[in-house]
Ligand binder design. Structure first.
Ligand code: NDP
Length: 499
């Protein structure tokens, strides 16, 4: 069987990059090449942005309900291809098949939900302070949106950006993560089949770095919508900020599950295992900290360690696999580097902690699910995003201390509390400094109809998904129509009360 080759999509054509260079797309469970992809650079970015600029006006003027209908058709195609897409995702980035199906489903949900915005996009009509004057607001598209996405949700996250951008009348240049070009190509193919006009969506494949900088600083790009690491997010914000470009950033997390002494410990255990080790801990909302009340700490840790040791690593397409590989050798090494850091600072490895070196697992990029105990809130493993199957258990004496520890990192994405006490639950909901809060559930599993994003250094104040996404991909325009036939001066003229 020949290895598939993936190309750019620019101006409605599937084309090679100007350089003609390629890069490999690997299955992280086996280390084998599953596809090659064209490697783009600055010249390809230029072509993609120019194509988007050429298409943007016609698309802006195409009626929004009709834009929404194209999205509905894309949603239908996604539904038909769900299983095939999920299998390709597992092979491309490693998450187990059930989770890959969830990723595709989230993309379908987002696409259908956003399609409905074709017939909403409500503005306000409000009373004017002067007679015979009309006052209203409406949304206006930004122009060309650069959508830069990570590999951990290679289908869902691109839909969070591309669908609202399109339905609001923007053209898009999509730069997916280099680890997941195949899923990006599949999404673009679907939108092409659904009838998206040429040039409205353009795809450039290739490594961040020079390509990314060229895209972010291109004068034809009006908004940079970025999801990824805090380091790259800060870099993008800096170079785009100098050009006064709009930038939306969704960045890292150091999420925590809090277990209070009145919690159902067995239920919390389910939430911890799912949130810490699902997608091999590579979700931005992964529970990389467990903050437990001393009263239940021993029971919880004993059960967590026993459960963690039983988790089976393997290829995500195998039904027996609980935990798949991490995305790359670099990721595997970075995760492993935190084990001696933790031990030097006084933490203890209670489960896992190793890279498997025997059998088929040694060919892929696996890391054992790991539980660290004796962790203090200021240790590096309790502060830094490890982005792997590692969770750090911190003991506290009460709810106040739990909230203090929870809020003690620079991140503010997701958290949860396990408690049967409604007063504790409400205090927690009020005081948690995170964009997502769960009660008696883990830290993962957001639904697309509510805003998604984080406080503090997890972002720059924007939210994806839900109605909030519309504010990222459009500007407000306030319109006044004076039909009095004379000069009327707001804040100065008094309307007559005579009838
Ligand atoms: P990276 O920041 O490494 O990469 C994200 C994207 O940015 C990739 O497409 C990457 O390309 C690209 N990129 C890299 N350098 C540049 C540059 N100079 N200019 C423009 N683009 C660039 O993140 P990961 O892909 O490793 O994703 C993991 C991170 O994403 C974690 O920190 C996680 O917490 C975060 N994340 C946040 C979410 C949220 O909503 N808050 C959701 C999901 C993930 P390339 O792949 O070619 O390097």
């Amino acid at each position: 069987m020949t290895t598939p080759h993936l190309r750019n999509y620019i101006g409605g054509q599937w084309i090679e990059s100007e350089s003609g260079e390629v890069f490999d797309d690997l299955d992280p469970a086996t280390g084998k090449v599953i596809a090659t992809a064209t490697k783009s650079g600055k010249a390809d970015v230029e072509r993609a942005v120019e194509a988007a600029q050429r298409a943007r006006d016609a698309w802006r003027l195409y009626p929004a309900p009709k834009r929404g209908e194209i999205l509905y058709r894309a949603g239908e195609i996604m539904l038909q291809r769900k299983e095939q897409l999920a299998r390709e995702m597992t092979s491309e980035m490693g998450k187990v098949l059930a989770e890959a199906r969830g990723d595709i489903q989230e993309g379908i949900d987002m696409t259908y939900y956003t399609a409905g915005e074709g017939r909403r996009q409500f503005g306000d009509v409000v009373p004017a302070e002067l007679p015979n004057k009309w006052a209203m607001s409406m949304r206006h598209p930004l122009g060309v949106v650069a959508a830069i996405t990570p590999w951990n949700f290679p289908f869902a996250i691109p839909t969070w950006k591309i669908m609202p951008a399109l339905v609001l009348g923007n053209a898009v240049v999509f730069k997916p993560a280099s680890y997941t070009p195949m899923l990006a190509v599949r999404l673009v193919e679907i939108l092409e089949e659904a009838g998206l006009p040429k040039g409205v969506l353009n795809l450039v494949l290739g490594p961040g770095g020079a390509l990314g900088d060229a895209l972010v600083t291109h004068p034809g790009v009006d908004l940079v919508s970025f999801t990824g690491s805090s380091d790259v997010g800060a870099h993008i914000s800096e170079i785009a900020g100098r050009l006064l470009k709009r930038v939306s950033c969704e960045l890292g997390g150091k999420n925590a599950i809090v277990v209070l002494d009145d919690a159902d410990v067995d239920l919390s255990l389910e939430g911890i295992v799912w949130s810490a080790f699902g997608t091999s801990g590579q979700r931005c909302t992964a529970a990389s900290r467990v903050i437990t009340h001393r009263g239940v700490a021993k029971d919880l840790v004993d059960k967590l360690v026993a459960r963690t040791k039983k988790l089976r690593m393997g290829h995500g397409l195998e039904a027996t696999t609980d935990v798949g590989p991490v995305v790359s050798k670099d990721a595997q090494e970075k995760i492993q580097s935190y084990i001696p850091i933790a031990e030097r600072e006084g933490a203890t490895v209670a489960a896992g902690g190793q890279i498997p070196t025997a059998g088929a697992l040694a060919n892929g990029f696996f890391h054992e699910p790991t539980v660290l105990i004796d962790v203090k809130p200021n240790m590096r493993v309790a502060q830094e995003e490890i982005f792997g199957p590692v969770t750090a258990v911190i003991e506290v004496r009460d709810l106040d201390e739990a909230i203090k520890v929870l809020n003690s990192t620079k991140y503010g994405l997701s958290c949860s509390v396990y408690t049967k006490n409604v007063n504790n639950a409400f205090r927690f909901m009020r005081d948690a400094e995170t964009g997502l809060v769960y009660v008696n559930a883990g830290t993962i599993g957001a639904e697309i109809q509510l805003p998604f994003g984080g406080m503090k250094s997890t972002g720059n104040g924007h939210r994806e998904a839900g109605r909030a996404a519309l504010d990222v991909y459009s500007e407000w325009k306030s319109i006044y129509v004076d039909y009095s036939g004379k000069l009327q001066r707001a804040q100065m003229d008094e309307p007559s009360t005579a009838s």
